[in-house]
Design a protein around this ligand. Structure first.
Ligand SMILES: Cc1cc2nc3c(=O)[nH]c(=O)nc-3n(C[C@H](O)[C@H](O)[C@H](O)COP(=O)(O)OP(=O)(O)OC[C@H]3O[C@@H](n4cnc5c(N)ncnc54)[C@H](O)[C@@H]3O)c2cc1C
Ligand SMILES: NC(=O)c1ccc[n+]([C@@H]2O[C@H](COP(=O)([O-])OP(=O)(O)OC[C@H]3O[C@@H](n4cnc5c(N)ncnc54)[C@H](OP(=O)(O)O)[C@@H]3O)[C@@H](O)[C@H]2O)c1
Length: 466
């Protein structure tokens, strides 16, 4: 997991990061120029409260469910489920309920996801305007133009045809994304101080890769950190538009059932206390409305068709329980309304930092007592004193290997895994393969083929956070 004290590591002595010899990388051609249309702030434009990306008519939203469009949805309720606790290593966890009463095409199933379109933090925007010396022109109308029309260079579809510097920085560019070497190299061209120039040229060179990894990848330096570190750097806004990626929507799982109330739904998210992400910080500021769209559904859902089947649910992270809270609410409603057939078994394995970090743990206990949930096995990585728990989820799976594999092998069982889509997901799959290989006495490679088959049959269903 990413360190929570990143801010502390951001004061750099740049002279320690300048090699005596390095090969300066080539510059890429500039493509855009900025032209101001007005000499004073445009009041009408600034009164238009649409998000900058809403003004870009042909813009696509990743995995948007057709004909779903970007919708401004009212926040109905805002609840902090858990406050961050440095000693327990817990992040804060928040739950937001949205009101979708008057949004006619908003129909969903537990496990479906939404995309939330964020805006950057106002103070980041102000700081960048200051570094770019654009404070006095922040709200003046401007246009970006291609320097040369060619097949290779296209106008960025996420920038409105007419805009203002503030709008571009607030709504359109990812100000906290990973900085590419090419961008750092180009920034060196806009520094007046020789140390700043050498530092940027060195960390963007082939020989400076170890420095790039340390500063940009490990210490997560953003554009703002680089501008603070190299105060003589004053790039034009058009360069930022060329090099920074689009500010993309972030995905959140719907954590409730439409059978409880189809006019509202909730999401649950965790937040880094000292270095919060763009969207989680925006959501944590209790906005009255949020811009969102429904994403295309996939097999990671729980519907009435799954009612008589068995499920093994696996979540890495206390907030990663979000989709399963919707599954279990749905199952409870189906039981209560007397859905046909006998409810299948649902087992839940969850790995969190501590019992407190497991979102809605008391509700899970209630579901366990009512047989909505049939087995609940937790692991707590930072709370070793808690009784009856494992430290990591793979220990819990290994320890329950026999019963877990017995259930998995039943034809009506599906396994759902919610993890990072990278190392953690791979480690979990390896653990499941190991359990399979041990319990039915087969080679690991055979177990891997079984999992491959399960994936093809949608028996092994995955949700990724990254
Ligand atoms: C299909 C899908 C469903 C998702 N559902 C949920 C959900 O229901 N609830 C939920 O909380 N998240 C969910 N996520 C993750 C979510 O989309 C965001 O990535 C997350 O909230 C951080 O967004 P941000 O804009 O605040 O951070 P960014 O500004 O995008 O992130 C900056 C950096 O900080 C890291 N980061 C920020 N916040 C956290 C955190 N809390 N824990 C670990 N790393 C963090 C990011 O990995 C990144 O490196 C889901 C992701 C996917 C792909
Ligand atoms: N549907 C979704 O995709 C969805 C839903 C909700 C949340 N999320 C995302 O899920 C992420 C994590 O949620 P969170 O913030 O609640 O989690 P968290 O508090 O960071 O907890 C993660 C847990 O996983 C453990 N862990 C780390 N590496 C592991 C590994 N290789 N194998 C097994 N366990 C491992 C951690 O142990 P240590 O204490 O040792 O680090 C910790 O106990 C967030 O980024 C959030 O955005 C996604």
């Amino acid at each position: 997991m990413v360190a929570d004290n990143v801010e502390l590591e951001k004061a750099l002595d740049i002279n320690k990061y300048i090699l005596s010899k390095y090969t300066v990388s080539k510059l890429v051609d500039r493509t855009l120029e900025l032209r101001f249309l007005d000499n004073s702030p445009d009041l009408d434009w600034n009164l238009d409260c649409r998000h900058g990306q809403e003004k870009c008519l042909d813009l696509q939203y990743p995995f948007a469910r057709s004909p779903s469009t970007l919708t401004r949805v009212n926040v109905k309720d805002f609840k902090i489920l858990l406050e961050a606790d440095g000693q327990l290593h817990t992040k804060s966890i928040t739950e937001i309920k949205f009101d979708v009463k008057k949004i006619w095409d908003f129909t969903w199933q537990p496990g479906n996801t939404i995309g939330i379109l964020p805006h950057n933090d106002e103070s980041d925007v102000e700081d960048i305007l200051k570094y770019l010396n654009l404070e006095n022109k922040a709200d003046n109308l401007c246009v970006f133009q291609l320097m040369q029309e060619s097949k290779k260079t296209k106008y960025p579809s996420h920038i409105p045809n007419r805009t203002t510097p503030r709008e571009v920085l607030r709504d359109c560019l990812n100000l906290r994304g990973v900085l590419k070497k090419q961008f750092l190299r180009t920034l060196a061209e806009y520094c007046s101080d020789i140390s700043d120039v050498s530092f940027l040229k060195c960390i963007s060179s082939k020989e400076g890769s170890a420095y790039y990894n340390e500063i940009i990848l490990q210490n997560a330096f953003t554009l703002l950190d680089i501008l603070k570190t190299c105060p003589s750097c004053q790039p034009p806004l058009s360069l930022l538009v060329e090099h920074l990626p689009r500010l993309l929507p972030r995905e959140y799982s719907i954590a409730s059932s439409p059978l409880i109330n189809s006019n509202e739904f909730r999401i649950i998210f965790s937040i880094f206390s000292t270095n919060p992400g763009i969207t989680t910080k925006m959501l944590q500021s209790k906005p009255a409305q949020v811009l969102m769209y429904l994403r295309q559904p996939n097999k990671f859902c729980y519907t009435e068709d799954d009612f008589q089947n068995d499920q093994i649910l696996i979540a890495v992270g206390g907030a990663a329980l979000a989709p399963y809270l919707g599954f279990l609410q749905h199952k409870q409603c189906l039981i209560e309304k007397g859905a046909s057939g006998v409810a299948g078994k649902t087992w839940l394995f969850v790995g969190g930092v501590s019992p407190q970090a497991i979102a809605h743990r008391s509700q899970l206990m209630q579901w366990l007592s009512k047989n909505v949930l049939n087995k609940f096995i937790e692991s707590h990585s930072r709370s070793p004193s808690a009784t009856n728990s494992y430290q990591y989820i793979h220990e819990a799976l290994n320890a329950n290997s026999k019963v877990f594999i017995d259930l998995l092998l039943q034809p009506q069982t599906s396994i759902y895994v919610c993890a990072d889509g990278s190392q953690i997901s791979a480690a979990l799959e390896a653990t499941i393969c190991k359990c399979l290989s041990k319990e039915i006495n087969i080679e690991q490679s055979e177990a891997q083929n079984i999992i491959k088959d399960y994936r093809r049959q949608n028996k092994y269903r995955e949700d990724f956070w990254c």
